[in-house]
Ligand binder design. Sequence first.
Ligand SMILES: C[S@@+](CC[C@H](N)C(=O)[O-])C[C@H]1O[C@@H](n2cnc3c(N)ncnc32)[C@H](O)[C@@H]1O
Length: 298
Amino acid sequence: MSDPDYLTAKRTVDDRALNDRVFDAFVAALSDEAALSDEAADGSVSVLDVGAGTGTMVVRLAERGILPSHVTYRLVDRDPVHVDAARTHVPERLAAAGYRLEEDDEVIVATRGGNRLEVRFETADAFAIDASADVCIATAVLDLLNPSPALAGLASHLEPGGVLYAPLVFDGGTGFAPVHDDDPAIERAYHRHMAEVRDGGGPRVGRRLLEAVPDLDGEVVAVGGSTQVIRPRNGSYPVREDVVLSRLLETVAAAVREVPDAAVTPETVDEWLAVRRDQLDRSTLSFVAHNLDVLVRW
Ligand SMILES: C[S@@+](CC[C@H](N)C(=O)[O-])C[C@H]1O[C@@H](n2cnc3c(N)ncnc32)[C@H](O)[C@@H]1O
């Protein structure tokens, strides 16, 4: 389902959630790749971002100033609405971060100081493209896919010794506060939807990556928890996080309604959702989701 507004609004939630230790290991891997690329012909590090959504990761990396001096960044998503939103969002944010931009329909060349970042946008199934990148990024994507074939596909997009940074892979915990009597049944049904109704992925893909990587001859370089938390502060939600929370409530309720033989009646879902919407309107609702961040080298 397309929702570029949701993806862009959740940027601040993800910023807080990303595991610092895994992020630092990723930054170190980027600088190793930069050292190797200095010795290679074109001197740039190639990054492939699969399921890139509206481009929040490339913006985050540029804003944090951790990109090597020469980067080619290929942003691929199968949803054309997300890719169109990225074409607007990325240059706006790079310009705000002090980059000078030259752009056409295909590519943005962003320069700042001695740094050059070339960003390409592509609507495609990430597993149906030809690619040969130094670094692959898959943020909040792998839990939508079956881990072994997805990892094998991404490994085949990497140069030997390349790294995959896969943060925010859902790993089995969804919760709201204040607690509600129907939460356990709602959470169970929501996770059953991921496992049994949705096409691909599941509620425990995070930990399943840990067994799938060695089977595919990869090495887990770093792994750590990345819990997303949304909570009101001083009577309102920061930035636009109420948009994220609203969308999450609708997603959970819609999923639970689709689960056959769930121990939750439609009336229970309606009542639960009404209580949660009311709490959201009064800025008293909080949300927690447990994820893993994983850095893999092949
Ligand atoms: C939860 S969103 C995450 C977007 C972005 N990475 C972020 O963190 O904001 C998952 C994205 O993966 C994309 N996606 C899922 N399967 C894909 C595939 N096989 N090829 C390309 N994109 C895919 C979806 O269209 C969606 O934009």
